[in-house]
Design a protein around this ligand. Structure first.
Ligand code: NDP
Ligand code: OXD
Length: 310
């Protein structure tokens, strides 16, 4: 029997994904029609990106799952027309990209790289760089991405702690959890990396109170979601000097409006939501694994808990 797979994402993603998906389906021995357009009532699986025009799932009466190409699902979890399982993207390529991006920005702060890179005078000022074990880094969110980031930073020698909703055990990482663990996680942070999803429980988690609990001169790195940060509170903490610098990849409004104060703030680095992208070559295998699972009645991998919102 032929399985019908609808690819519902921006057209440029189709050119990235068509061949890898086709190859992965062939390797798995799955006979499938893979297309940008199919009659809704004939679709078995929807490979989906939340910026697709497809927002009404009710005509897809036969579909068994929506397989999200993004890790973040906040734009789809509350869609009431969606009644079937929703999976999120956990992709080795995406994870590696995030680990590399965060590590680069942590090293920038840890080594004070800007001092030499941005130097415009001719002063010869030798200094001894600190060592990683002298630097406390905290990763807020220990899921697919945060756990990988925390463990790589720990393997570099950083003194790493993490914070998540449920308690975790990760080698080399001091794990805190829940509201009670938040204060301890914040209090040690010289560099805070935010890899939490956008949910009602994480909204504005970086606010005047939590910022004040971080070490004076702390640095913030946010590749999670813009809603995690109370922007007014962060700007105030930067202006007061309590927070030394922030690197922000994600924003409440994207693209970040050209008149937003973050663009011109001397203590903010803006990157245009490029921390990590789903990589078609590795992600196609994950999608096809989930289609196989759907066809053989096994549970889907990386199922979204829509009650929790991630
Ligand atoms: P996961 O769902 O695997 O992990 C989320 C983590 O956040 C888990 O550890 C979870 O705890 C924790 N968490 C969720 N809610 C709370 C809470 N209320 N209190 C404490 N901890 C909480 O997600 P990923 O690691 O795959 O991705 C994280 C986010 O990164 C995505 O949701 C997305 O927003 C962002 N992202 C950004 C990209 C970019 O390019 N900028 C690229 C890809 C993702 P627990 O383990 O207990 O469930
Ligand atoms: C994602 C993202 O959620 O790119 O995958 O932000």
């Amino acid at each position: 029997m032929t399985i019908n797979i609808l690819f519902a994402a921006r057209p440029e993603r189709w050119s990235d994904f068509e061949a890898p998906l086709r190859n992965a389906l062939d390797s798995a021995g799955i006979d499938a029609t893979l297309s940008l357009e199919l009659p809704p009532h004939e679709v078995d699986y929807i490979v989906y990106a939340p910026d697709s025009p497809l927002q009404d799932f009710s005509p897809y009466t036969r579909a068994k799952a929506v397989l999200n190409l993004w890790a973040g699902v906040e734009k789809i979890t509350h869609n009431e027309t969606l009644k079937i399982p929703l999976t999120r993207m956990v992709d080795p390529g995406l994870t590696t990209g995030m680990v590399e991006w965060v590590t680069g920005h942590v090293l920038r702060y840890h080594l004070g790289l800007d001092t030499d890179i941005l130097r415009s005078d001719s002063r010869w000022e030798p200094r001894t760089p600190p060592l990683a074990h002298e630097r406390n880094v905290t990763v807020f969110g220990l899921g697919a991405l945060g756990a990988a980031v925390a463990q790589v930073l720990a393997s570099f020698g950083f003194d790493v702690a993490g914070w998540s909703r449920s308690r975790k055990v990760l080698s080399g990482v001091t794990c805190h959890s829940g509201p009670d663990g938040l204060k301890a996680a914040l209090a040690r942070s010289e560099i805070g990396v935010f890899l939490l999803p956008d949910t009602s429980a994480t909204a504005n988690i970086v606010n005047s109170e939590t910022l004040s609990l971080m070490r004076k001169g702390a640095h913030i790195i946010n590749p999670g979601r813009g809603t995690l940060i109370d922007d007014t509170a962060l700007l105030a903490a930067l202006d007061e000097g309590h927070i030394a610098h922030a690197t922000l990849d994600v924003f409440r409004i994207e693209p970040l409006p050209s008149d937003h104060p973050y663009w011109s703030h001397p203590k903010v680095t803006v990157t245009p939501h490029i921390a990590a992208d789903t990589r078609a070559s590795t992600a196609a295998k994950i999608i096809v694994e989930n289609i196989m699972r759907g066809e053989t009645g096994k549970g889907f991998l990386h199922l979204v808990n829509r009650g929790l919102g991630y």
